[in-house]
Design a protein around this ligand. Sequence first.
Ligand code: UDP
Length: 375
Amino acid sequence: MISNESGANGPAFFCLKILLMRGRVFDGNHNACHESWQNMAWNKGGCMSDHMTVLVTGGAGYIGSHMVLALLDAGHQPVILDDFSTGHETLVPNGVPVFRGNVADPALVAEICNSYDIDAVAHFAASIVVPESVTDPLKYYLNNTASTTRFIAACVQAGIKRFVFSSTAAVYGNQDSNPIAEDASTQPENPYGTSKLMSETILCDCARATGISYVILRYFNVAGADPKGRAGQLSEPATHLIKVAVEAAVGKRASMQVYGTDYPTPDGTCIRDYIHVSDLIGAHMAALAHLQAGGESMLANCGYGHGASVRDVLDVVAAQAGKKLAISDAPRRAGDAAILVADSTKLRTALGWTPQYDDLQKIVSDALAWERANS
Ligand code: UDP
């Protein structure tokens, strides 16, 4: 047994564990690990107060990598599980332990949980492209629903007590009215939404049976990049509107299309509630704190409560880039709901979430800065 003044969860112990795991994880930079621990808030006894070790699936991806940064910034210990199908090693900060593999691999999940005292799981790993889910639904039911089921089973087996799950506004589909509250009917327009909704149900049933507590977060449209420029979207090929538009703005693509101009909206294009990725991660940090404090399982929307049309977004991107984008109108894209705007009252009241970047200009400027720096 290794001991040190601050106990088995202290910094030296963790650094040693990371070093011991070399060969099984591709990272393990002792200096960087030490540095990340130096930034932590210590209480009088020399121990971390409220310290958590959090397993972040999809931690090398766009949203998961922002979660890893937020955990480090707050003095927690992230442990990444990622199969790198869409993740990037460049998005993994030095010193963070990384397990390369699939969430559906129970032996790997058991190995991680045996190696680290996991206080909570944040499950981001998923396939997330709406039109692809229409043409390849099995990919979504296998990657999202089936793999998540196996992952939940492995977490139950390992005794995980807290689970934060990335879900989506796509579970709502077309609604008669917006903003949409959590008690609205669920009627997904595409297999992506259905695959996530089924996972929600499975998680809720398992939580009731096993005592796991969870927070399900239904994301509206996540965009932007870390305001400090440490992480952003690297997906290839890009499909999400703001990413596609900033690629067009920096000359990475010659042109882009507006999918559908005959929707029942003021300018005929779809309306979405774009949320800055750092505010979305703020919701996850609030969810973890809620669960750690013994809070009840819950479900909350993540959005600002107001929307922008596709044309609104493209106007902002063009204005910030200082150039006219080559845009053409195209038919509707399969699976798109006309309007998705969050009622995020629950997130604000139950979890005390206060957004910091509720501004389309800021979302676009951070996305553009990231694109310029990484193209
Ligand atoms: N969209 C578009 N052109 C693009 C990408 C997206 O017109 O190149 C539209 C899309 O049809 C939808 C909105 O932008 O109406 C948001 O789509 P996105 O893929 O960003 O997110 P989703 O709402 O599908 O999760």
